[in-house]
Design a protein around this ligand. Structure first.
Ligand SMILES: [Zn+2]
Length: 329
């Protein structure tokens, strides 16, 4: 408070002095009361401000010390991905390995394994694929899937695609229409029993198909563009060399998980092709990433290469890999 100067009374006589002193006391008393009033008013205003601030804070986020992200097991997802957190960019990201986001411009290639599942070799192959974090497509026989559903369940759970390869590996063009339809239905039922998912792709045994097979197939027919003949030459080195020599963007590799030599070659193939910049995908992923919608009853040899390939990237011809002719004729 600014210092106030009070006038010193001019003393003429005693009574005048007494009056002047009384007047001065009154003035001092007035100033003291004014100062006290200002202090009290200030205190009231500060208290009011605090009450309003408290009322405004109700319903907002808890204080920082209570906002520490909790463990996944003790949080619900609403809490983890709260809309306010998302807006502020302060959300918690689960610590699971990120799934690679592909856009189709990568060098893509699909490993496919026919005729399984095998009781010993297929689990061994699944171990190799899990270690390399590589997805593949298994064209299973219905009879084997029904006999070893646990292996099919595992393959599906580990991110691999399960396709149909018929029930007993018959030459399908030789079957009656009724037998053909029964074969398709039985195989799909065995796959659904193990995975709860109907297959989206089908590979005819020996690659044999005709119009009747195509027209009755519930799925697209997936053939191949690389055949290392692993069933003929049971040698891991031969299989490995044939695959890596023919590897191209968009290719589908035909292998069999019922041969130990093939399973032995798979880790070498994966390491080699990864080093050369290839990304492994399932058959359905391969076509989806290249913008191709697989159509039931249509046959595919491979996917088209990346839309804007680098001139130095090895690619297949730009045709979509369709094969509508009848190889039996
Ligand atoms: Zn086969």
């Amino acid at each position: 408070m600014p210092k106030r100067n009070f006038r010193i009374p001019e003393v003429h006589d005693e009574s005048t002095l007494t009056r002047e002193i009384a007047a001065t006391r009154r003035r001092l008393h007035f100033h003291h009361r004014a100062a006290l009033t200002i202090v009290i008013l200030g205190a009231v205003l500060i208290s009011l401000f605090n009450v309003m601030a408290l009322a405004t804070s109700i319903g907002q986020n808890p204080p920082d010390e209570e906002d520490t992200p909790c463990a996944l097991t003790s949080c619900d997802t609403d809490q983890l991905f709260d809309i306010d957190d998302a807006i502020s960019g302060d959300h918690t990201v689960p610590e699971t390995p990120p799934t690679p986001i592909l856009d189709g411009t990568e060098k893509l290639i699909a490993l496919t394994f026919d005729d399984g599942p095998h009781g010993i070799l297929t689990p061994r192959l699944l171990d190799h694929l899990a270690e390399a974090n590589v997805p593949a497509t298994f064209f299973v026989l219905g009879t084997n899937a029904a006999a070893r559903p646990d292996i099919v369940t595992r393959a599906h759970a580990e991110g691999h695609e399960i396709g149909s390869h018929s029930f007993r590996h018959s030459q399908l063009p030789r079957l009656s229409l009724a037998a053909l339809r029964a074969d398709f239905a039985a195989t799909d039922a065995a796959i659904v029993a193990a995975t709860t998912v109907a297959p989206a792709v089908f590979r005819p045994p020996y690659g044999l198909h005709n119009a009747t097979v195509r027209n009755n197939s519930p799925q697209a027919l997936i053939l191949w563009s690389i055949d290392p003949r692993d069933w003929a030459d049971r040698d891991a080195h031969i299989v490995y060399n044939r695959v890596v020599d023919q590897a191209r963007d968009g290719a589908i590799i035909l292998l069999h998980d019922i041969h130990a030599s093939t399973v032995e070659a798979v880790p070498w193939i994966i390491t080699s092709l990864k080093t050369r910049g290839f990304t492994f995908v399932t058959v359905s992923q391969l076509f989806e990433l290249r913008g191709i919608t697989l159509e039931p009853g249509r046959a595919y040899l491979h996917a088209p290469p990346a839309p804007a390939p680098d001139p130095e990237i090895e690619t297949l011809p730009t045709d979509p890999g369709l094969l509508d002719g009848d190889p039996l004729h």
